[in-house]
Ligand binder design. Structure first.
Ligand code: ADP
Ligand code: MG
Length: 334
């Protein structure tokens, strides 16, 4: 009798624990924040870490949302000079260092250009060349001035952290979950994926890379653990007018949708901020300059898909990339 009771309690325990072998249960959550859909999946003894992760995403959203009167970015853009949290100042500093290393392809002062095209608020409009030229006068990351945590910008300049904010959020969530003792989790912040440690069964996570020419398909998969995998693509936010497609990644030199011959760039890095900022920048730079930057760096790898559908994978992740399609491997010493 005791044996039957013992066997039954093990069975009940396994069912309650989602059949995991290490007493961890799977908790999932789907929320809308930072203007996108976010999926969180964690393995934990309870849902406490998941609740904290959600609260953290909401906090960061409020801090950076330039449409929210309580956000640091709103204050800078409205008053042109504002005391902000040390955290916001740090993220802006990191954004500027990505601008430096990408020759200005990444530039958080594209805000007025985003507004002109109506990407902020989704009221799309194709501006005239004159409008673009005068708006571009306010664009330039070197115009941002720091005095500790006081940040000032010129009258016609504005800041938009849309190209780096989700990467920052994923770094924060990864740290928070690890500090809470979570040993396995994966989060997707609008397709920006951050894998925390390995899967619950100790195998690598599989992260799919969307085919930029057909969003319902994948062009390949990566087997990774403890990495951010972040994609920037022309297919993610766009509108069409007069048969032309205008998308949300802006070339700061022209003020127009970047037209570098790439359809998507996926960056794989330890840091979500690096992966997010660089994916946007490399998309603007185009394949040749992007590869040149990769050759001189040691903190990221990438998968590029060009407008013709050709796939290029950097050497560092070639072993963990799987695809049914043909692809070229970019070598460090070519
Ligand atoms: P998503 O936010 O769709 O994941 P990205 O990370 O590529 O895609 O970021 C695009 C967003 O970044 C735009 O919506 C805009 O807010 C901002 N942005 C656009 N062009 C640039 C640029 N050249 N440098 C920095 N930020 C940019
Ligand atoms: Mg980005």
């Amino acid at each position: 009798m005791r044996k039957i009771f013992f066997a039954a309690s093990i069975l009940i325990c396994l069912l309650m624990c989602g059949c995991s072998q290490n007493n961890m249960r799977e908790y999932t959550e789907n929320i809308f924040a930072m203007d996108t859909v976010m999926d969180l999946k964690i393995y934990s003894e309870n849902d406490e870490a998941l609740s904290e992760a959600k609260a953290e995403i909401r906090r960061i959203d409020t801090l950076f949302d330039r449409g929210n009167e309580n956000s640091d970015i709103y204050k800078i853009n409205k008053n042109k000079s504002a005391d902000v949290s040390a955290e916001t100042a740090d993220v802006i500093r990191t954004a500027l260092s990505i601008s430096d290393r990408t020759g200005g392809a990444f530039d958080i002062t594209v805000a007025p250009v985003m507004d002109l095209w109506g990407f902020y608020g989704n009221e799309f409009n194709v501006p005239s060349d004159d409008e673009l030229q005068s708006t571009l006068e306010g664009v330039g990351y070197e115009k941002i001035r720091f005095d500790n945590t006081n940040i000032s910008i010129p009258e016609n300049t504005g800041i938009d952290l849309g190209g780096i904010g989700k990467g920052y959020a994923s770094d924060r969530i990864a740290n928070l979950l690890k500090n809470k003792g979570v040993k396995s989790a994966i989060i997707s912040l609008g397709g920006n994926v951050h894998a925390i440690c390995k899967r619950n069964d100790e195998s690598e996570w599989t992260v799919g890379i969307t085919d930029p020419h057909n969003k319902s398909q994948l062009i390949g998969k990566l087997k990774i653990s403890d990495k951010a995998v972040i994609t920037s693509g022309a297919y993610q936010r766009y509108f069409e007018q007069g048969g032309i497609t205008y998308h949300h990644i802006i070339d700061p030199t022209t003020g127009k949708s970047a037209d570098s011959g790439l359809a998507s760039v996926t960056v794989i890095a330890d840091s979500g901020m690096t992966a997010d900022g660089l994916s946007t920048a490399l998309f603007v730079m185009g394949l040749d300059k992007a590869i040149e930057l990769w050759r001189g760096s040691s903190d990221f790898d990438a998968v590029f898909v060009d407008e013709g559908g050709m796939i290029y994978v950097t050497e560092g992740i070639a072993d963990v990339f799987e695809s049914d399609a043909d692809y070229s491997i970019c070598k460090r010493n070519d």
